[in-house]
Design a binder for this molecule. Structure first.
Ligand SMILES: [Zn+2]
Length: 422
């Protein structure tokens, strides 16, 4: 931000514990960065009649947003999103306008320059005035008391607008790492922010921009749509030509609760697309892998003490060496099983271990490895489905609200230069 400088820093309100709270004010020497739209100087808000006239015009701009309230009904929204996914229409991110994107990037450079890069959920905001920027945050969620990071942003923005003499040439920029949530029981952040943007526009004539880096959608406690997709389900879906045959197969299998048709179709579509390859090395830590082999030594408990000790040590060595199976390369389920077969074939056991014990170890190792790959495979499928679902949720939500709101709210994903996308 050329020409900007710190005016002062001061601690902010106390409501959010020991979170990092900063209010940064920057006096702008050069207004050129504000873009053409800011060159339109607003009327003097001290003139009561002018203000009333502006408020009237703004009220006229406020369209009926009751259509948005359907998003407060999670069940209904989930159904809509699944229908959209099943319509096989493309899912794509909706990016925020270029000029607004540039502002966000510039603010973010300032924030990360001062506070460091943060990957976990956080929010910050900037109020841009004619000749000054007020930056506040980053704020973090406090899930113990149900507070999301956007709550702090809303509270602080409200306070600054109420006490700072807000008028039409102010603009609010709200950043949230994950797109604001839709799933919280009371005041989901997305709906809360949209309502606040509406209020700030009608009361002060202030426009709001909301930018995020990742789609969150319905993630959270309500988001368990795909939780029943185990490896058994995946196999059953893959072997079924349609929902009817799937239901028949699932009913024959005591371990499977049949999925509803919409979830079945979405899962089948993903599995047929071939996008579900498992990347075990990134999906799992070595430590987690070891936990699958923990119980291997219990198979040798009936052996004599010396042999048991030898075999337990051998299991440890084998599992340690099996770390090589966690390659970062994306491979299919079958390829992961083949990788294990090649590994155990080529593995040299200690010469003290008898052939029968070697065979037994190979068999148990193979069984555990298969369980592990199946669990991870199902996990990756669930994650992919959840990501697609939430990306689609955010896309549909934004499309919906843009139908109702245009003039005072912009919302979308931020786009980064490669070097900055961290
Ligand atoms: Zn939230």
């Amino acid at each position: 931000m050329n020409g900007a400088m710190f005016k002062r820093k001061q601690p902010l309100f106390d409501g959010y514990g020991d979170q990092s709270l900063h209010l940064r004010k920057r006096r702008l020497r050069d207004r050129s960065h504000r873009g053409i739209q800011h060159e339109r100087l607003t009327e003097n808000c001290g003139d009561q009649r002018a203000c009333e006239g502006q408020a009237k015009r703004r009220t006229h701009d406020l369209t009926d947003t009751t259509g948005m309230s359907s998003w407060a009904d999670t069940q209904n929204s989930v159904k809509t999103v699944l229908e959209h996914l099943n319509s096989k229409q493309a899912i794509s991110d909706l990016f925020i306008d270029d000029s607004v994107n540039r502002k966000f990037l510039s603010f973010r450079r300032d924030i990360t320059g001062e506070c460091g890069i943060e990957d976990k959920q956080h929010s910050w905001a900037v109020i841009e005035k004619q000749d000054e920027l007020i930056m506040y945050g980053p704020y973090y969620p406090n899930y113990d008391n149900g507070e999301h990071s956007e709550d702090a942003v809303v509270k602080q923005t409200q306070e600054l607008l109420d006490t700072g003499g807000a008028c039409e040439d102010w603009e609010v920029y709200v950043f949230s790492m994950n797109s604001p949530c839709l799933a919280r029981n009371t005041k989901p952040c997305m709906l809360n922010l949209v309502h606040k943007a509406q209020e700030w526009w009608s009361v002060y004539g202030v426009k709001t921009h909301i930018g995020y880096m990742r789609c969150w959608g319905f993630k959270g406690i309500k988001e368990n749509l795909f939780k029943d997709i185990s490896y058994g389900q995946v196999e059953c879906i893959n072997q079924s030509v349609d929902y009817e045959s799937y239901i028949k197969a699932a009913e024959r299998s005591p371990d499977l609760n049949p999925l509803c048709e919409a979830v079945f179709s979405v899962a089948q579509h993903l599995l047929r697309s071939g996008r579900e390859s498992v990347i075990l090395a990134t999906a799992m830590e070595k430590q987690e892998m070891k936990s699958y082999f923990k119980s291997m030594s219990t198979h040798f408990e009936c052996k004599g003490e010396n042999e048991r000790k030898l075999l337990t040590e051998e299991v440890g060595t084998l599992v340690e060496a099996a770390g090589v199976l966690l390659s970062g390369k994306s491979e299919s389920y079958e390829e992961y099983l083949e990788r294990e077969r090649a590994f155990t074939r080529g593995y040299t056991f200690s010469s003290q271990v008898c052939d029968a014990a070697k065979d037994e170890m190979r068999l148990i190792f193979q069984k555990r490895w298969r369980e592990l790959v199946q669990d991870k495979y199902a996990e990756v499928v669930r994650e992919r489905l959840t990501d697609d679902f939430n990306q689609c949720t955010v896309q549909l939500f934004i499309k919906d609200i843009l139908k109702f709101i245009g003039v005072y709210l912009k919302i979308g994903k931020l786009q980064f230069e490669d070097a900055e996308a961290v």
